[in-house]
Every structure is written in C-alpha cells, then in structure tokens.
Ligand binder design. Structure first.
Ligand code: PHE
Length: 335
C-alpha cells in the first residue's frame, strides 16, 4: 500500500458514490465502510506499515473514510427516507386482530353480574388446599373414594389441588359471621382422562347463602331458576333431581334443557333432553359445626356448577378441549 494508491482509491470511490442511485448506494456503503469493507481493512493493515510512515498513512485513510461517509450520508445511505420511497405501498399490511374475551371468562363475568343483582359478592380461595377445607369440613368421610390418589392430585398427606370450589364455603364461613352470600369462581383439578367432556383442570363456580333467617330449598330453586333464565334466555327449563353430596342435605342435581334439541332429545344430551349443570343442596348442619356456626341458629344453601358446562351449552361447543387449545379461529368467534 502506498499513499498514491490511497489517493487513487479515494478519488475512485467518491466518483462511484456520486454516480450511484437506489440500491447501489447501500452496496457501496458495504463495499467501503461496511464491517468487511476496504477502508476498515486498510485500518487493520496499518500495523504492518513502518512506524515512521504510519502517521501519514493514518491521516490519509481517516480523511478518505470521513469523505466517503459524508458522501454516503448526502445520498441518504441507511436513511429511512430512501427506503420509504422504495417500499411498495400497495402490499397488504400486517393485520393485528384485537383480542377477545375467552368464553370461560365471559361466563364467569356474566355469572358474577347476575348473582351481583341478588346481593352476592365474589369470594376467592387458593387452588392448593388442605384436607380439612377440601374434604373433612365438607363432611366427607375419611376413606371416601374422592380422596383416592387416583382421583385427587395430592402433594404429601395434607396438601392437594382442590377438587371443587366448595372449600371456599369453608373459608368464607370460618372468617365471616352470618349472613353470608358469596359466589366463588375458580379452577379445580381432578385426575380425569381428557376427552370431549372431561378435563383434569376445569372451572367451577360455587355459591353459598347462609342466614339467621330460615333459608329453604324453595329459595335455592328460585335463585338457580333465575340464574338459568338470565344466563341462557327465557327458553330454558330447569329440573332438580334428588342426589347426594356429603356437605348438603337434601341434595339435588340441576339440569338445564338441552340447547341443541330444546328438550326433544338428541346426541348431545344423550336423548334425554336435559344437560346436568350443577350440584346443590341445603348446607348440612355438620358443616356448620366444622366452621363454628351454631346449626340451630343458621340455615343456608350451596351450589356449584361447571363453567365449561355452561359455556358449552350456551355457545353450542361440542368439545371441552376447544376451550383450552387457543385456536384463534375458534376464539375469534366470541368477538
Ligand atoms: N362440589 C360439588 C361437585 O363438585 C358441587 C356442589 C357444590 C354440590 C355445592 C352441592 C353444593 O360436584
């Protein structure tokens, strides 16, 4: 490398840049001052120039570099302005659909609103529970099959993923004096094999009303019928069937008329015309004993229903798994 070569290079590069248009400007920027360009290569090679000649070479190369950068900048190299002019403005843009509320969130919100009109507030409880809140205080006999390791996710002897939202009844009564009127939406967990109607992780909404005034099964029926109409529309009919739960006596199961066949019988309701939605009943006096309420002074009802069930009936969703797969084609229908 000689000073004359540097000078020739400088003159040639400035002429090239002066004549360049469009994409050529970027190509020249890369060629001369890019990371592997010829000017950085000269700077790197400077260490091989004899010491006494180095200052003169250094000065010449730096001057070249400054002039090339100035010439490129004058042409708008790397600038957004140049690129914008070149962009094809007729290309389609990047579409971003606004997000929508998940159907499960919608059902939970609607439920809170409907029961809010009846004076219920929303209570909360943890998903990790102890044996007392999830089973014992709910009057579940020790050795009940629901406590089995094949049905419940246990972590040691006294810690489990709640199998129902009913432990929130216990928490609410242990920390509040009657009257209480709460609903509790939340996640629940059971060792179920996933299929079209089962999931190991699902949601329930628990309800609890306890008062020092007498509360009756008729109150429970009227409240759940009101809820059914508000949630599903006027066409729905509600049926109560006798059942058994350890923590309510008497207990009922609650069915809504099938949304698909309107009660005539079809594949979805297994030809019965009804779909089971909730369990409910009058709180068993033994439960009041566990939470320190005087069973002679108070009475109340509790209910618990499956959020997925309600969503599936309300929106005609045939497979519970659709609710968890986050397929945008499914979710965007709830916009
Ligand atoms: N926890 C019960 C279940 O999961 C439902 C229920 C709630 C029944 C409250 C009665 C009262 O099946």
């Amino acid at each position: 490398m000689t000073l004359a070569e540097i000078e020739n290079g400088r003159v040639a590069s400035l002429a090239e840049i002066a004549a360049a248009t469009g994409d050529e400007i970027e190509t020249l920027r890369v060629k001369y001052v890019g990371r592997n360009g010829s000017i950085p290569a000269l700077i790197k090679a400077m260490k091989d120039v004899p010491k006494e000649e180095r200052p003169a070479f250094g000065k010449a190369v730096q001057a070249w570099k400054a002039q090339v950068e100035a010439a490129l900048a004058a042409k708008g190299a790397g600038g957004a302005a140049e690129k914008r002019v070149e962009a094809d403005l007729t290309l389609p843009g990047n579409w971003r659909e606004p997000g929508v509320e998940h159907p499960l969130s919608r059902v939970i919100k609607d439920t809170a609103r409907i029961f809010g009109h009846l004076g219920f507030t929303v209570a909360d409880g943890p998903e990790l529970e102890n044996r007392f809140n999830n089973f014992t205080a709910l009057n579940t006999p020790a050795h009940h099959p629901s406590m089995d390791r094949s049905d419940t996710f246990w972590f040691g002897d006294d810690c489990l993923l709640r199998t129902q939202t009913s432990p929130v009844q216990i928490r609410t009564m242990m920390t509040n004096k009657p009257p209480v009127r709460v609903i509790c939406p939340g996640r629940t967990f059971r060792r179920d094999t996933t299929d079209a109607t089962h999931s190991a992780n699902f949601h329930q909404i628990e309800g609890l009303y306890v008062d020092t005034k007498p509360v009756s099964l008729a109150d429970l029926k009227s409240v759940l019928s009101y809820f059914a109409r508000e949630m599903m529309g006027d066409g729905v009919t509600v049926r109560f069937r006798p059942h058994f739960f350890p923590f309510t006596e008497p207990s009922v199961e609650v069915d809504f008329t099938c949304h698909v066949c309107k009660g005539k019988g079809c594949r979805v309701c297994k030809d019965s015309g009804w779909i089971e939605v909730a369990g409910a009943g009058m709180v068993d006096p033994r439960v009041f004993g566990f939470v320190g309420y005087d069973a002679d002074e108070v009475s109340g009802y509790a209910f618990g229903f499956g959020v997925e069930r309600v969503a599936m009936i309300k929106y005609g969703i045939p497979d519970i798994r659709w609710l968890y797969e986050n397929d945008v084609r499914f979710l965007s229908q709830f916009a």
